[in-house]
Design a binder for this molecule. Structure first.
Ligand SMILES: [Mn+2]
Length: 339
C-alpha cells in the first residue's frame, strides 16, 4: 500500500466524509444527480465528471453529466473519453425540483457553471469537487484540494472511498483529467501522488500511448489555421515580459475551427522564449472577451484575474470582460503592471 496522497492535508476537515455520506444516500435512493463540469470544459473537468458518472451509476444513482454551455461544445480531442456521448446538453438537464443533488467538477466559481448555475441558486444540495486554490466558496460540501494537480485526483480518492471498482473506462476518464491538467506530468503541481495515480490507472488498463497521441499530437487543419492567425498577431511588451495575442469571431469563420480550438492557442504563445507572462483574448458569441493568462512564476496571474472578476491559479487564470480589443488589451497590460 502506498501512503495517502499529500494533497489530502489541504482538504477541509470532514469534506470527504460528508461527500461520501451524501453520495451513498443518493445512490441507495436511486436519486437524480447532476454532474456539472465547468463551461468551456477541458480534459480534467469532463474526465472527472464522466468518471463520477460511471462510478455513481454503478452504485445505483441516476447521473446526468453536463456542461452549462449553450450550445454544448466539446473539444474534438476529448472524444477519447468513454461515455462522452452521454454528456447531456444543459437545455435537457432536469429542472431543479427534479434534481436531488448537484456535484460540480473543476468549477472554481458559480459563474463557471454557466446555465447550470440556476440549480445552485435554486437550492439544490451541492458538492463542490475541485482543486483550484482561488476557488470562490459555494455549495454545501467543499471537497476542494488546493494542492492537488487535477480534480481527477480528488475524484479517484472519492471513488475509492465509495468502494467503486476502478474499471478501464473510469481509469481512462481519470487519466485524461490527470494528464491534461499536469501538462503531461510536467507542471510544478505534478508530485509523486500524480505519478502514483497514473501507475494505478495504467494497471487498470489505460492505453496511454494512443490517448496521448490523440490528446496532444493531433490537430485539425482548422485549428492549425486558427493558430496561424493568433501567431501573426503576437505582441511583446518588454517591461512585463508579456507576449499577448487575440482572436476574432471572423478568425473562427475563416479558419473553419470551432470555438473550442481557441483553448489550445495559449500553450503555444507561452512557449516564446522571452515570455514570463502570456495572454490571449478570445471572443465570445455575445461580444464579450475571455482573457486567458499564464505565468512562468514571477507574477500571480490568479490574483490579477480575481481583481478583474475571474479566477484560477497563480500560473494559469482567466477573466471575462467587454469593450474594443484595443481597450481590452490596454486594460490587460494595466492589470499586469499592478502585479
Ligand atoms: Mn482542473
Amino acid at each position: 500500500m502506498s501512503e495517502p496522497p499529500a494533497w489530502l492535508a489541504g482538504v477541509p476537515a470532514g469534506a470527504f466524509d460528508a461527500a461520501v455520506t451524501h453520495l451513498r444516500a443518493a445512490a441507495a435512493a436511486g436519486a437524480t444527480v447532476v454532474l456539472a463540469a465547468h463551461v468551456q470544459p477541458d480534459g480534467d473537468a469532463l474526465g472527472s465528471a464522466l468518471a463520477l458518472h460511471r462510478g455513481l451509476a454503478h452504485l445505483g444513482a441516476r447521473t446526468v453529466p453536463t456542461v452549462g454551455d449553450r450550445p454544448l461544445r466539446v473539444p474534438a480531442t476529448l472524444s477519447v473519453l468513454p461515455a462522452i456521448d452521454e454528456v447531456v446538453p444543459a437545455s435537457a438537464v432536469p429542472p431543479p425540483d427534479a434534481v436531488d443533488l448537484l456535484v460540480t467538477l473543476d468549477v472554481a466559481s458559480p459563474e463557471r457553471l454557466g446555465s447550470v448555475r440556476g440549480h445552485l441558486d435554486a437550492g439544490v444540495p451541492t458538492i463542490v469537487v475541485d482543486h483550484h486554490a482561488s476557488a470562490t466558496p459555494f455549495g454545501d460540501v467543499p471537497l476542494v484540494a488546493p494542492t492537488a494537480a487535477a480534480t481527477a485526483q480528488v475524484v479517484a480518492e472519492l471513488l475509492d472511498r465509495l468502494g467503486v471498482p476502478l474499471t478501464q473506462e473510469i481509469a481512462t476518464c481519470l487519466y485524461v483529467g490527470l494528464v491534461t491538467d499536469t501538462g503531461r506530468f510536467s507542471y510544478a503541481s505534478t508530485t509523486r501522488d500524480a505519478f502514483e495515480l497514473a501507475g494505478r490507472l495504467l494497471d487498470a488498463g489505460v492505453e496511454h500511448a494512443p490517448l496521448n497521441q490523440r490528446l496532444f499530437e493531433t490537430r485539425s487543419l482548422g485549428e492549425l489555421r486558427l493558430l496561424g492567425r493568433a501567431l501573426e498577431r503576437l505582441t511583446f511588451v518588454p517591461d512585463l515580459a508579456l507576449v499577448h495575442t487575440y482572436l476574432t469571431l471572423d478568425d473562427l469563420v475563416a479558419s473553419g475551427a470551432g470555438g473550442e480550438a481557441m483553448e489550445a492557442v495559449i500553450d503555444v504563445v507561452r512557449a516564446a522564449d522571452v515570455a514570463e507572462l502570456a495572454a490571449i483574448c478570445k471572443p465570445a458569441p455575445d461580444g464579450s472577451w475571455r482573457v486567458s493568462l499564464r505565468s512562468h512564476g514571477g507574477t500571480d496571474v490568479g490574483a490579477v484575474a480575481e481583481r478583474r472578476g475571474g479566477g484560477g491559479h497563480a500560473a494559469a487564470s482567466g477573466y471575462t470582460t467587454t469593450g474594443s480589443i484595443a481597450a481590452v488589451l490596454e486594460d490587460l497590460v494595466a492589470a499586469l503592471r499592478e502585479g
